[in-house]
Ligand binder design. Structure first.
Ligand SMILES: [Zn+2]
Length: 123
């Protein structure tokens, strides 16, 4: 019989794979967004399901990338508005017209390179 340790290690491994998949899904979501935002939304839903299944807490960098109300992938100035107020970042989803608030902390850009270099400035 395999011990408890074996199973907890297995679980840990699965969780790691889940985290990897979530990261990939978000990268794919960003890639697809300009051509087909529906693909992005689907990626977001998948990623959230994975997070739930493995009890993974999404890092803040990812949390601000989608609307928690309607699961839409959010791209600032395209389908969401970002404002700072009272030490909080307020995201307004143009898709479902709801707000999300996050405590304001300095962004740690290096953890995930979801680049914004392709953002069009003319919008
Ligand atoms: Zn929304």
């Amino acid at each position: 019989m395999k011990g408890k340790d074996y199973y907890s290690k297995l679980k840990q491994r699965k969780k790691q794979i889940g985290e990897q998949q979530i990261t990939e899904l978000f990268l794919k979501a960003e890639e697809a967004f300009s051509s087909n935002s529906k693909v992005s939304d689907r990626c977001v839903r998948k990623a959230r399901r994975l997070a739930m299944k493995h009890k993974i807490r999404l890092p803040k960098e990812l949390k601000i990338r989608f609307c928690k109300h309607c699961n839409a992938y959010l791209s600032p100035s395209v389908n969401c508005r970002v404002r700072l107020s009272e030490g909080k970042v307020v995201y307004y989803c143009l898709n479902c017209k709801k707000y999300m608030r996050f405590p304001y902390t300095r962004e740690k850009k290096k953890r995930l390179r979801l680049s914004s270099s392709e953002k069009r400035k003319d919008l």
